[in-house]
Design a protein around this ligand. Structure first.
Ligand code: ATP
Ligand code: MG
Length: 352
């Protein structure tokens, strides 16, 4: 199995180094890593933020571990040469259609949440958002009607195969967790959502061990702040997922703790091809100071082990080590603590 490591810009290389320490400490047989340039670093070395050799390495790998892209010194470049284009180009070129964002409350961090501590304490959920379809990609325009008024429109659609493939990802994710899946739609108003619901129900026949429920998106937004503890895995379309995943991340707190996965079609016997990255950016303001919290990067590695390599036990081991480090008071500056990047990585390795 091959993991492509794209560290990128800013704090990317610093946090990637800590994730690699953790991977090495797991001492897994038959895993190799390969590095490639991406983002501003790639522009400076090769003249493009996503060079052909980087894309080729990604295509030849089983999974991608991605740091961050973004470099203020590249702000004046033409849009297609900017570092941020690299991640958009990768998602498109590799058909990464499923975005997974776990939101878990780590013990002792309840004060960082936008919710009351006793409510926040119950959060342990995973949002699975469809990334390649919905109203974002349908025909859209602002046109002028015969009477001179302007009208904007966006065509919302989902084909059944698009719904089925994201449903499979969500059911499989639920099987690896508490085996409860809530599908969020607006089936009382939207035909797109009615088809979504029908296809999710059809797909559920293949996952009899997972308990399926349905919720309208307006209610889901309310329930997410009222009682987030009721959710295990939530699956939803591109538009609703965009909003709900940002809402969920604020319920947990620090940006330095949140990991994400973008999954593609199954390419291996074990699981699904995917790209794994922290939700935060390249943090140029703290790059080179040794203050970056590598936990989101290390938790992204845990997601890689789970979803692309099928190593659920090792994924849980890494997540437990991060939780224990936090409980022991190993906290970065983003959490009001004083631990540096390497110190946090070393503590997690010790706890493994
Ligand atoms: P992008 O556009 O790439 O998402 P951004 O401008 O939204 O970037 P980030 O790079 O995510 O911003 O940084 C936002 C703030 O959070 C910065 O002050 C940064 O220092 C801080 N930050 C981000 N990631 C971390 C981290 N891992 N550890 C500590 N602080 C972080
Ligand atoms: Mg940002």
């Amino acid at each position: 199995m091959k993991i492509a490591c794209l560290a990128g810009d800013g704090i990317g290389p610093e946090i990637m180094a800590e994730a690699k320490k953790v991977l090495a400490a797991l001492d897994l047989p038959d895993i190799e890593t390969a590095d490639a340039d991406v983002g501003g670093a790639a522009y400076k070395a090769h003249g493009h933020p996503l060079p052909p050799e980087t894309l080729a390495l990604c295509k030849a790998s089983d999974a991608i571990l991605f740091g961050a892209v973004g470099d203020p010194s590249c702000d004046n470049l033409e849009r297609h040469l900017r570092p941020e284009q690299a991640i958009l180009g990768l998602r498109q070129a590799l058909t990464l259609f499923a975005n997974l964002r776990p939101a878990t409350m780590f013990p002792g961090l309840e004060d960082m949440s936008a919710l009351r501590p006793e409510v926040a304490r119950e959060i342990d959920l995973l949002i699975v958002r469809e990334l390649n379809g919905d109203v974002y990609f349908g025909e859209k325009a602002i046109r002028t009607l015969d009477d001179g008024r302007r009208q904007g429109f966006d065509f919302m659609s989902y084909a059944e195969d698009e719904v089925r493939r994201i449903a499979h990802v969500a059911f499989r994710a639920a099987q690896g967790r508490d085996k409860r899946l809530c599908s969020v739609d607006k089936a009382n108003v939207l035909e797109t959502s009615q088809l979504w619901r029908d296809v999710v129900i059809e797909t559920s026949a293949e996952y009899p061990d997972v308990e399926l429920s349905h919720m309208y998106v307006d209610n889901a937004a309310m329930q997410l702040v009222r009682n987030p503890g009721q959710f295990d895995v939530v699956v939803t379309g591109n538009l609703f997922g965009d909003i709900l995943s940002d809402q969920a991340s604020m319920c947990v707190g620090s940006i330095g703790l949140l990991a994400s996965a973008s999954l593609g079609e199954a390419q291996t016997d074990f699981g699904t091809f995917g790209l794994y990255e922290p939700i935060h950016g390249s943090a140029p303001d703290i790059a080179g100071t040794g203050k970056a919290n590598p936990m989101a990067m290390i938790l992204s590695l845990a997601m890689l082990l789970r979803h692309s390599l099928g190593l659920e036990a090792q994924a849980q081991q890494v997540e437990a080590a991060v939780a224990k480090a936090l409980e022991a008071g190993v906290k970065g500056a983003d959490l009001g603590g004083g631990a540096g990047t390497a110190e946090i990585g070393d503590a997690i390795v010790d706890l493994l």
